[in-house]
Design a binder for this molecule. Structure first.
Ligand code: ADP
Length: 497
């Protein structure tokens, strides 16, 4: 099968979150299963500066965007270590910018135009680059117009006749919602601007268009696939999603253990470890992390960390409150936070680090190297998310012997087993989970974590259970292959009807 991945992120070219990890690693797994994936990305400045070898293809094109014709060019590269071809859509006015989607917390004003262009460029690429495509696998709102184009403007054209579309929701809250006049930019007939297709409370909505027109829809964990059928996590899409619930699937993301593995991790400065040697290796990583972050070096103090986009979704309001309360009470705990995002969290977290320099260290940046060092050096990793479609950091934490403390939602509920007398006895416990979205519930889970940390035998059991688990892509990649087959069957049925 030939699968074309349409995505705005893929590691190591460009990434702001889990989407980049998934689209950088899943194609490499698919090719190993005997299928032929190709990736197509916007040529963001971040991708062009990624250090990957990027070559011209010599193929240029022009796309009507509203009243104007916009020119672009295809570049090409490979996903490193694989035979997967990556094409990049070059259009410097749209993509040669400091960030991918927004700056200083403000979305780029022309995001609709930028990603309309990207989607149409993907469709142009199919005949121009002769991309054999059985399934067009579209990821998140940036690629969500593609299923709509296949069923409208490009419908009936030979080059697109046999292409089935799978639309994967990585995060339902980011929808690509634009004022209605932007509909004119897409070139799609206004008759599709209706409540069952592209219109959402008077606006043009990319996410809704993807859900309405794709042959099948998936999201990134079984629990999130259920949660998004109802408010509040449906984010207004409950009607659409319930209508399509028989075409909606949940497949857990996998981890790329060639990048996230304490045995081989290049960022650990030689302090690598595995399930047999973690006591030495992890202790060295913890001391190194304490030093890097300017905290007192002490093996006995529980070190609790979090890495993530500083967005409301990730529960940083709870984290800030709990850190403040615990630090003010002189609790014997150290905190390390790495993140960037909403300016309000930059301010709050920066202030906490200033007020409690002995206990709280905050780095307001995007640093892959430090993210790896935190996974290795921390004792516990907090993810008190309001919602979490899958979450990758808890899976990295398990492999690094860092005990996750999570809110039981979405993929976090699917992957972390709360520690109780029963789960300790049956050997399934891997972390601490709580239900209520309150600082009290987070604080309580962290207290249970700290108590268990002091119980060396129980702590060892948690670490060893987590480290022995396999959250690699092997199972999920097979599920995607099955889903591609199902998607094609659904597309075929539609043709027959
Ligand atoms: P989401 O996709 O919602 O952001 P995930 O947990 O699925 O959340 O994936 C987040 C990914 O982004 C992880 O690989 C995490 O390490 C990385 N990440 C997030 N923020 C940062 C940061 N400030 N520095 C380095 N890596 C980060």
């Amino acid at each position: 099968m030939n699968i074309l991945f349409a995505t705005s992120e893929a590691v190591p070219f460009c990434k702001t979150g889990g989407l980049g990890d998934v689209c950088g690693s899943l194609p490499g797994e698919i090719i190993q299963l005997g299928h032929q994936p190709t990736v197509i990305l916007p040529a963001f400045r971040q991708a062009m500066d990624s250090g990957q070898p990027i070559e011209p293809t010599g193929v240029t094109f022009e796309i009507p965007i509203g009243q104007k014709l916009v020119a672009g060019e295809f570049l090409q590269s490979k996903l490193p270590g694989t035979d997967v071809t990556v094409y990049l859509v070059k259009q410097n006015e749209y993509f040669d910018r400091p960030q991918l989607y927004q700056e200083d917390g403000e979305d780029y004003q022309d995001n609709c135009e930028r990603f309309t262009f990207y989607c149409r460029a993907v469709l142009e690429a199919i005949p121009l680059l002769d991309l054999q495509t059985d399934v067009l696998h579209c990821h998140d709102w940036c690629a969500a117009l593609l299923p709509a184009y296949l069923e409208t403007l490009y419908h009936g054209q030979e080059a697109y006749d046999n292409i089935a579309s799978l639309y994967t929701i990585h995060n339902l809250a980011y929808q690509g919602n634009f004022w209605h006049w932007d509909m004119a930019l897409t070139g799609i007939d206004w008759k599709h601007f209706n409540w069952q297709q592209m219109e959402f409370y008077g606006n043009l909505n990319f996410m809704k268009s993807g859900i309405a027109f794709a042959d099948a829809i998936s999201t990134v964990s079984p629990t999130y696939a259920k949660e998004i059928l109802r408010p509040p996590l449906s984010c207004g899409m409950e009607g659409m999603l319930q209508h399509r619930r028989n075409d909606l699937f949940g497949i857990l993301n996998g981890v790329d253990y060639s990048a996230w593995n304490p045995t081989t991790d290049q960022f650990l400065n030689g302090n690598n470890y595995d399930a047999d040697s973690y006591e030495v290796g992890k202790t060295a990583c913890k001391a190194a992390l304490q030093q890097t972050m300017g905290l007192p070096v002490n093996a006995d103090v529980p070190l609790v960390a979090s890495v993530g986009r500083l967005a409301d979704q990730k529960g940083f309001d709870l984290i800030a409150r709990v850190m403040q309360q615990w630090a003010a009470n002189n609790s014997f705990v150290q905190w390390v936070i790495l993140g960037t995002g909403d300016p309000k969290y930059h301010q709050v977290l920066g202030k906490l680090a200033e007020d409690y320099p002995q206990n709280i260290a905050v780095k307001l940046a995007f640093s892959n190297e430090l993210a790896h060092q935190i996974e290795a050096g921390a004792d516990m990793f907090m993810m008190p998310s309001q919602y979490e479609p899958c979450g990758l950091n808890q899976l990295y934490s398990l492999k690094y012997g860092t005990v996750p403390v999570v809110r039981a939602t979405g993929g976090l509920a699917d992957t972390v087993v709360d520690t109780t007398a029963d789960t300790l006895a049956d050997g399934t416990a891997t972390g601490f989970a709580f239900a209520e979205y309150t600082s009290l519930a987070l604080s309580d889970a962290l207290s249970r974590g700290c108590e268990t940390f002091a119980d060396k035998r129980a702590w060892k059991q948690l670490i060893e259970t987590g480290m022995s688990q396999d959250w690699s892509w092997s199972q999920s990649a097979r599920r995607y292959i099955e889903l591609y087959d199902q998607t094609r069957a659904r597309a075929q049925q539609e043709v027959l009807h």
